[in-house]
Design a protein around this ligand. Structure first.
Ligand SMILES: Cc1cc2nc3c(=O)[nH]c(=O)nc-3n(C[C@H](O)[C@H](O)[C@H](O)COP(=O)(O)OP(=O)(O)OC[C@H]3O[C@@H](n4cnc5c(N)ncnc54)[C@H](O)[C@@H]3O)c2cc1C
Length: 230
């Protein structure tokens, strides 16, 4: 059920240029949600949607991951928020959530589209999910990637692997050169595209191009779940 909440900013970190990690404590309340869902944040006279980046195992605090590049009212509001400030929001919203199936899962994200996937992957890790899962995360350079300690920690668990798909710059461990589609081409050399379930989160044009690519590979639409960061 959609509820109104108040929360206090308790931690604010710059993870990369134009990328903020914000942690909030709920004020006299708990937030029940599913990994992948988002909040509707009051900003000035309007609202902005932000995915919850932390696992639902925490219900007294939660994390947001903000790309401030658009620099509109949402970005400016969150950039100017100081520790101890209150936010008001409604939650939980969204149908971009984990589905129960036995298919291995491929998580495809660019930029801050990683937010709902971090929540999903941490949750699966905490639940000791036996399902195979692979994250392909597109960023321009390695310097623009973050949460690297988290991916390393999750990567120690059997069944999870991750690759940063870098369109520019030098590659290193867990990196490949090119776009997400290039990394998928490599995976499909040894696996059938139809043998996976897909979770896609990015700006609308990228989501559409990935969906088109998967359609060309004859992946049924019912195996593709997506969230567009408009
Ligand atoms: C379901 C959902 C979940 C979302 N979750 C997140 C999240 O977890 N983290 C997050 O950072 N955002 C997320 N977004 C996007 C977020 O809601 C805002 O739309 C975004 O932050 C821009 O808000 P703004 O007020 O700063 O800019 P706006 O005032 O909305 O836009 C300012 C201008 O910038 C343009 N613009 C938009 N995006 C970009 C861009 N990437 N680069 C350059 N220009 C741009 C717009 O077209 C507009 O002209 C989500 C969106 C949806 C729909």
């Amino acid at each position: 059920m959609l509820k109104h909440y108040t929360a206090t900013l308790t931690e604010k970190n710059v993870l990369a240029p134009n990328v903020l990690q914000l942690w909030f404590d709920l004020v006299d309340d708990t937030l029940e949600f599913k990994s992948g869902q988002y909040i509707l944040l009051e900003v000035g006279n309007g609202f902005r949607q932000y995915s919850i980046a932390s696992s639902p195992q925490f219900n007294k605090k939660f994390e947001l991951l903000i790309d401030t590049t658009p620099m509109g009212i949402g970005s400016q509001y969150l950039m100017n928020l100081a520790l101890g400030d209150h936010i008001h929001f409604r939650a939980p919203l969204g149908v971009f959530v984990l589905h129960e199936s036995n298919l291995p899962k491929l998580f495809l994200a660019t930029g801050s589209g990683i937010a709902p996937m971090k929540s999903m992957l941490e949750f699966m890790h905490e639940m000791r999910s036996p399902q195979k899962r692979i994250l392909l995360w597109g960023t321009r350079t390695f310097e623009q990637a973050y949460y690297t300690d988290i991916w390393k920690k999750l990567g120690r668990m059997k069944g999870f692997d991750y690759t940063f798909c870098l369109s520019k710059g030098d590659v290193r461990d867990h990196c490949s050169k090119g776009y997400i589609q290039d990394a998928l081409n490599d995976i499909f050399l040894h696996n059938s595209p139809q043998s996976f379930e897909y979770y896609v989160c990015a700006r609308p044009t990228i989501v559409e191009s990935l969906k088109q690519y998967l359609a060309q590979k004859s992946v049924p639409e019912s195996n593709i779940f997506h969230e567009k960061f408009t």
